[in-house]
Design a protein around this ligand. Structure first.
Ligand SMILES: [Zn+2]
Length: 421
């Protein structure tokens, strides 16, 4: 039995007596419950209790107990990164330079760059190579305070390579201490071999990829890049219908490049989340208000590609919830630095620090279907928490953009990273 007691916590952030709280929307997004001068107890991988130091009754049982003094420090539930593509081979800094010189995302894609470039590199990589490089990325993300990661396929674009990616994700799930969810994104881009045969590729996804993936239990969710130059609303509809027969609920890439209809088709299929949303107007907001779908924003992608930022303020003011994620991928967001994403949400999307922290914990846990076990500090939830350095306030975190203020990370009740020693 492994037990940890964290005492003298300056502020225990995102505390909830209600472990069933699913998300915060609209004005509630600015509610961030904290306990000042607090303690937190962890047992068998779970949060077993918390309270104020003044009410603390001391330690009666010292067996297998590790005590951490967090004087002057904050304790947060780990970030939940609900949208990433961290299984990939090679990097794409050459395209980064093309972009600086003025080429657009679509122009690069048309020239065989972009997703197809990653697909080519992935086809040549072994499962072991993919596993090793993705594992390093996961550890880098843990170092930024992330405790749950959704990972997508989508650089395979053939039956063999999509299965290869999903098997790598399964191995990451089985070997690493973070919580991982797998999403099948066969419809990420149309592969070169099917340039003249769109229907044929959709058929391959529906008739071959989905049944094999389901048979091996390799995916938790399904995703489609429903946007200008990628997949249409009709194609998305076909894929989501087929996936639902295998029990896969959708998470959709939507409205990044245009008013694509992606939000509407996602909501129609009860998507857990619709992600990107740079092109969100009144109609899309209305559709989302009448749904349980989590609008997820990826500000580091908008930053990296210099896109017009999504209207986060308008969405929150209309009563919507927002989740945040890194979109960590080699083409449009080559970073898993979640604190930087939170800073960008404040700086470029004008989200308040409390809103951004709700979006990165409780709401992003919802966006990847783990809100019952992660996203808040509640008794019985999985003990994925981080301890900061000595900092003056919660707002100091997004304010100090680019700094890493995280000192210790505890995942499933075990101290996995300690920068103090
Ligand atoms: Zn993405």
């Amino acid at each position: 039995m492994n037990r940890i007691l964290i005492k003298n916590i300056k502020s225990l952030v995102q505390v909830s007596d209600n472990p069933l709280l699913r998300k915060r929307s609209g004005i509630e997004m600015n509610d961030l419950p904290v306990l000042n001068e607090a303690w937190l107890a962890i047992e068998d991988g779970l949060i077993s209790g918390y309270g104020l130091m003044q009410d603390w009754e001391g330690i009666t049982d010292w067996n297998n107990l590790e005590v951490i003094d967090a004087s002057g420090k904050f304790v947060f539930p780990c970030w939940c990164d609900s949208h990433t593509h961290i299984v990939y081979a090679g990097s794409r800094e050459a395209e980064f330079v093309y972009k600086i010189k003025g080429m657009s995302y679509e122009e690069i894609a048309k020239q065989g760059g972009g997703i197809l470039n990653s697909a080519k590199k992935l086809a040549d990589a072994s499962e072991d190579e993919l596993y090793e490089s993705a594992k390093n990325r996961v550890w880098e993300m843990i170092g930024f305070g992330t405790g749950a990661i959704e990972i997508k396929s989508g650089y395979g674009l053939s039956v063999a390579s999509e299965l290869k990616m999903l098997r790598v994700i399964k191995r990451l799930k089985e070997t690493l201490p973070v919580e991982i969810k797998a999403t099948f994104l066969g419809a990420h881009s149309l592969p070169t071999a099917f340039k003249q045969n769109r229907e044929g590729y959709i058929k391959l996804i529906v008739d071959e990829m989905l049944p094999q993936i389901a048979a091996e239990g390799l995916a938790d969710f399904v995703d489609v890049f429903c946007d200008k130059g990628f997949f249409t609303v009709e194609e998305t509809d076909t894929i989501l219908k087929a996936a639902s027969a295998f029990g896969l609920s959708p998470k959709i890439h939507a409205n990044e490049l245009d008013y694509s209809g992606g939000i509407q088709v996602g909501v129609k299929h009860k998507a857990l989340s619709v992600d990107h949303l740079e092109y969100t107007g009144d109609e899309e907001i209305e559709t989302l208000l009448n749904s349980d779908t989590m609008p997820t924003l990826l500000p580091s992608t908008a930053f990296f590609l210099r896109l017009v930022p999504p209207p986060a303020r308008k969405m929150i003011d209309a009563g919507l919830p927002i989740a945040l994620a890194t979109d960590f991928n080699p083409g449009s967001s080559p970073s898993g630095n979640f604190p930087f994403v939170i800073s960008l949400a404040c700086i470029t999307l004008k989200m308040l620090p409390n809103e951004a922290i709700n979006a990165a914990t409780l709401n992003s846990a919802y966006a990847m279907g783990v809100e019952n076990m992660l996203g808040t500090i509640a008794a019985g939830k999985q003990a994925n928490v981080f301890i900061t350095n000595e900092i003056p306030s919660i707002e100091f975190l997004p304010y100090s953009f680019g700094s890493n203020l995280i000192e210790k990370v505890i995942l499933k009740g075990k101290l996995v990273l300690d920068r103090e020693v």
